[in-house]
Design a protein around this ligand. Structure first.
Ligand code: SDX
Length: 393
C-alpha cells in the first residue's frame, strides 16, 4: 500500500534502497512526492515549497514557507571565486560540466555544513545549494555568451531572478509572471523521480561518506547523458532535423522503427513508465499555454504533437509501451523563454536539485546505510597461468 519495495538480491532489478520520498506506479502512470499527486503539486505548489516537502516530509506552514524562502533568497549571491572558476572554462564548454565543477567547488567555502547529524546544518547545506545553483547556471550561460555576470536581485523572487540572470535582455528586466509560473512548474515537475540514474549516482557517491556537494556534483554529471537528462536537448535537435530535412514526420517514424537506422524517438520511452509519463501530460498543456500566451505558434510543437499522434496509434510503439516522457515537450518551452538548447539539461539539473538533496539526506540519516557495492556476473576467462612475453605467440 505504501509502495515499499522489498529486497530480492537474486532479482536483476533489485531494489536499490528503501525510500519514503517519491512513489511511482509506472504501469498506471502515477507519480507522488511524499504522497501528494504530482498533478496537485503542479497546480497549487511551487518549486521551493516542493523542495521543503521533499526534504522535510511535510508541506511547510505559511510561516515555515516564508522563512524557508527568505533563507534561500538571502544566499543566491555567489563568491567571486565562482565567477573566476566559471570564466576559466572555454566559452564552448557545456554548462553541465561547468555546473558540476562549480557545485563540486562549494565545499571549499562551506566546510562547516558537513555535520550530517545536525538537522540545522543539513538545512543550511540544502539552503546553500538551492540558493546558489541557479546563479551558477546563469553565470555559465552568460560566460558562453560573452556577457558580464550581474549581481543577483533576490527581491524580484527566486524563479524571476533565475530568468533575469539567464535570459534577461538587461539588468533591470523582470519576466512576465506567466513565464515565471511556467518555469516554477517545470522545475517542480523535475524535483524528484525515485531512483533514476542521477539520483542513484548521488546515493552511491554519498554512501561512501562524500559530502552533499560532491555527491550532487556526480549526479549532475550522470544527468548530462543523452539517455537521461540530456534527452530534452536531443528532442529539440530531432524536431529541428525533421523540420529542416523537409522529410514527412511519418517518414521519420518509419526510420525510427528500422532499428538498423539507429534513430531513436528522443523524449519517448522510459525504464519505469509503461504508460504516459504524468509529467509529460502537464508539460504538453503548459507548452500550448506558454507558446500561445507568447504569441509563438511553434512549428516544432506541431511536429512534436504529430509525432506523438503517430506513435500512440502505431503498434511498434504501443507494443513496446513507448509514450512521451518528461523530456518530450520541455525544451519547446525553455526555447520560447529564450534559453539556448545547451541550457535545457542544466534546467533539468536545477529542477532535480531538491530530489537529489532529499534522497542524500534520507540515506545519510538511515543508520542501516552501507557503502554502495553492487556485485556482477563474471563473464571473463576461467583461471589460466601467466605467459612470459618471450613465450607469447
Ligand atoms: C529521463 O529513470 C528516470 O526516472 C529518468 C527520468 C527522470 O525523471 O529522472 O524520467 C528522466 O531520463 C527520461 C528518459 C529520457 N530519455 C529519452 O527520452 C531518450 C530516448 N529514450 C530511450 O533511449 C529509452 O526509452 C530509455 C533509455 C529511456 C529507456 O530505455 P530502455 O529501458 O532500454 O527501453 P526499453 O527496454 O523499455 O525498450 C523496449 C523497446 C526496445 O526495443 P526492442 O529491443 O524490444 O525491439 O523499445 C525500444 C527499445 O529499442 N525503445 C525505443 C525507444 N526507447 C525504447 N525505440 C525508439 N525510440 C525510443 N525512444
Amino acid at each position: 500500500t505504501t509502495g515499499m519495495v522489498t529486497y530480492d538480491p537474486g532479482f536483476m532489478n533489485t531494489a536499490a534502497c528503501r525510500s519514503a520520498i517519491t512513489y511511482i506506479d509506472g504501469d498506471a502512470g502515477i507519480l507522488r512526492y511524499r504522497g501528494y499527486p504530482i498533478e496537485q503539486l503542479a497546480e497549487s505548489s511551487s518549486y521551493l515549497e516542493t523542495g521543503y516537502l521533499l526534504s522535510h516530509g511535510e508541506l511547510p506552514t505559511a510561516e515555515e514557507a516564508l522563512e524557508w524562502e527568505d533563507r534561500i533568497l538571502r544566499h543566491t549571491h555567489v563568491h567571486d571565486d565562482y565567477q573566476r572558476l566559471i570564466s576559466s572554462f572555454p566559452r564552448e564548454a557545456h554548462p553541465m560540466a561547468i555546473l558540476s565543477s562549480a557545485v563540486a567547488a562549494m565545499p571549499g567555502h562551506y566546510h562547516e555544513v558537513f555535520d550530517i547529524t545536525s538537522a540545522e546544518q543539513m538545512d543550511l547545506a540544502t539552503v546553500l545549494l538551492l540558493a546558489k545553483a541557479p546563479t551558477l547556471m546563469a553565470y555559465a550561460l552568460r560566460h558562453a555568451r560573452h556577457q558580464d555576470k550581474p549581481d543577483v536581485a533576490p527581491e524580484i523572487g527566486y524563479v524571476a531572478d533565475m530568468l533575469r540572470l539567464s535570459v534577461g535582455p538587461h539588468r533591470r528586466w523582470e519576466p512576465d509572471p506567466a513565464m515565471v509560473r511556467a518555469l516554477d512548474v517545470l522545475l517542480l515537475l523535475h524535483a524528484d523521480h525515485e531512483q533514476n540514474c542521477s539520483t542513484s549516482t548521488v546515493r552511491n557517491v554519498g554512501s561512501a561518506g562524500a559530502n552533499l556537494f560532491l555527491s550532487v556534483s556526480a549526479g549532475i554529471s550522470a544527468l548530462a547523458g543523452p539517455k537521461h537528462g540530456g534527452a530534452n536537448e536531443a528532442v529539440l535537435a530531432m524536431l529541428e532535423e525533421i523540420r529542416d530535412s523537409g522529410v514527412a514526420v511519418s517518414e521519420f517514424m518509419t526510420k525510427v522503427k528500422d532499428k538498423s537506422s539507429g534513430a531513436r524517438l528522443m523524449g519517448f520511452g522510459h525504464r519505469v513508465y509503461k504508460n504516459y509519463d504524468p509529467r509529460a501530460a502537464i508539460v504538453k498543456k503548459l507548452a500550448d499555454e506558454v507558446l500561445s500566451s507568447m504569441g509563438k505558434r511553434d512549428e516544432l510543437l506541431d511536429i512534436a504533437m504529430e509525432l506523438e499522434g503517430i506513435a500512440l496509434a502505431d503498434d511498434y510503439f504501443v507494443e513496446r509501451k513507448l509514450y512521451p516522457n518528461v523530456d518530450f515537450y520541455t525544451g519547446l518551452i525553455y526555447r520560447a523563454m529564450g534559453f539556448p538548447t545547451s541550457m535545457f539539461t542544466p534546467l533539468f539539473a536545477i529542477g532535480r536539485m531538491p530530489g537529489w538533496i532529499a534522497q542524500w539526506r534520507e540515506m545519510m540519516q538511515d543508520p542501516s546505510t552501507k557503502i554502495a557495492r553492487p556485485r556482477q556476473v563474471y563473464t571473463g576467462p576461467l583461471e589460466r597461468d601467466f605467459v612470459p612475453v618471450q613465450d607469447r605467440p
